[in-house]
Unconditional design. Structure first.
Length: 340
C-alpha cells in the first residue's frame, strides 16, 4: 500500500493542478510497489500513467478540465511548447529576457520573501510573423510549463456579459494550473475605451482584462501579443511587467534562420546570398521559403537542397504575396551563383 505521505502529496498535486508533481509522485508509488514485490500493481499503475502517450507526446498538460464557452467550445488549447530557444533566431534583448524571466521564476520563493514578484505579465508587440507567439512558447519550454493558448473567437461572445465571464474562467484556470497563458492579438480585447465606436460590453471586457492583469496570476505567466499596439487602451500598457518589441529580421538574422531550417538536410546552399534576396521579409516568411525548399527536395527523394530548390521556393513565395495583394515583393534578380 502506498505510504501516507505519498498519498498526501498526490492529492495536494491534484488539487493544485501541478501535473509534473502528480506524475513524479505516481512514479514514486510505482517504485515503492515494485520494491515491495507488488509487480502487478506497479505495472498497472505504470500502464495507466503512460497509456495512450504516443512518441513525442510527453506528459499530460493539465489535470484540470478546460473551461468552455456557452456553446461548449473550449476557451483554451493546452499543449506542450512547440519551440525552445534553440529553435529561434532572436534579438539579443529578447533572448536576454527569456533567460532573466526564467531565472526569476526559479527563484520565485526568494523574491516573494522580499516582497518582489517575478515578471509574470508580458506584452509582445511587433508586426505579424516576427516570432512573438513562438518566443512565448520558447519561454514556456524554458519554464517547463504547458502553453494554454486562449481562443479569442471562443472567448468573445455576442451574449451580454459572456465575454467577461469567459475571460475570467480562462484566468482562473491559469491560476489553478501553472502554465504560460498566451493571448494572441490582445488588440481584440484591449481596444482603447475612448473610441467612438465603443459600447458598454467592450468597456466591461476591458475592465475585466485590466483586473486580470492587476491580480497575481499565481505561478503562471501571462503573455499577450499585439500587432497593433497603438489600438490598445493606455491603461492596459501599465499593467504589464515588461513590454518586448519585435522587429523584422535583419540580413544576419534571416541568414541564421535559413541556415537553422535548412540544417535538417545533408547539404544546402550558403544562406546569406538567399537571405539578401529576402530583404524586408518577416521571420515567418523566411521559414516558409526554407520549408518549401526542403519539401521540394524530399519529394524528389533527395537529402540535399539545391539552389534551384531555393529559387523555386522564392518564386512560390512571390506568387503567394501577389495573390494576397501584398506589397513589397522580394527582389527579383539573378539567383546566387553556385560559387557563393
Amino acid at each position: 500500500m502506498a505510504r501516507a505521505d505519498l498519498v498526501r502529496r498526490l492529492v495536494a498535486a491534484y488539487g493544485r493542478g501541478n501535473d509534473g508533481e502528480f506524475r513524479r509522485v505516481v512514479s514514486e508509488i510505482v517504485d515503492d510497489e515494485r520494491r515491495a514485490g507488488h509487480n502487478a500493481v506497479a505495472s498497472a499503475l505504470d500502464r495507466e500513467l503512460n497509456e495512450g502517450r504516443g512518441p513525442g507526446l510527453g506528459a499530460p498538460t493539465s489535470l484540470r478540465p478546460i473551461p468552455k464557452a456557452r456553446d461548449d467550445r473550449p476557451l483554451l488549447r493546452v499543449g506542450k511548447a512547440r519551440y525552445d530557444e534553440a529553435d529561434l533566431v532572436l534579438d539579443a534583448d529578447v533572448r536576454r529576457l527569456l533567460v532573466e524571466v526564467a531565472r526569476e521564476h526559479r527563484r520565485r520563493s526568494t523574491l516573494l520573501d522580499y516582497g518582489v514578484r517575478p515578471r509574470s505579465r508580458l506584452l509582445f508587440v511587433g508586426p505579424p510573423g516576427t516570432g512573438k507567439s513562438a518566443t512565448a512558447e520558447a519561454l514556456a519550454a524554458e519554464l517547463s510549463v504547458p502553453v494554454a493558448h486562449a481562443s479569442l473567437t471562443a472567448i468573445t461572445s455576442s451574449f451580454l456579459g459572456d465575454t467577461s465571464r469567459n475571460l475570467d474562467a480562462v484566468v482562473q484556470f491559469a491560476r489553478a494550473a501553472p502554465c504560460l497563458l498566451l493571448v494572441d492579438e490582445v488588440d481584440v480585447l484591449g481596444q482603447d475605451r475612448g473610441r467612438a465606436d465603443d459600447h458598454g460590453e467592450l468597456r466591461r471586457v476591458a475592465a475585466t482584462l485590466l483586473q486580470v492583469l492587476e491580480d497575481d496570476p499565481g505561478e503562471s505567466v501571462v503573455v499577450a501579443t499585439s500587432n497593433h499596439p497603438g489600438s490598445l487602451d493606455s491603461a492596459l500598457w501599465r499593467r504589464f511587467d515588461d513590454v518586448v518589441i519585435f522587429t523584422e529580421p535583419d540580413l544576419k538574422q534571416r541568414a541564421e534562420l535559413l541556415d537553422l531550417r535548412l540544417r535538417v538536410m545533408d547539404a544546402y546552399p550558403p544562406a546569406t546570398p538567399w537571405a539578401r534576396r529576402l530583404d524586408g521579409a518577416s521571420a515567418a516568411d523566411v521559414e516558409l521559403v526554407a520549408r518549401e525548399a526542403v519539401r521540394r527536395a524530399l519529394v524528389d527523394d533527395r537529402r540535399t537542397v539545391s539552389s534551384a530548390d531555393v529559387e523555386h521556393a522564392l518564386e512560390r513565395f512571390r506568387q503567394r504575396r501577389r495573390a494576397l495583394g501584398q506589397p513589397g515583393d522580394v527582389p527579383v534578380g539573378e539567383g546566387p551563383s553556385s560559387s557563393e
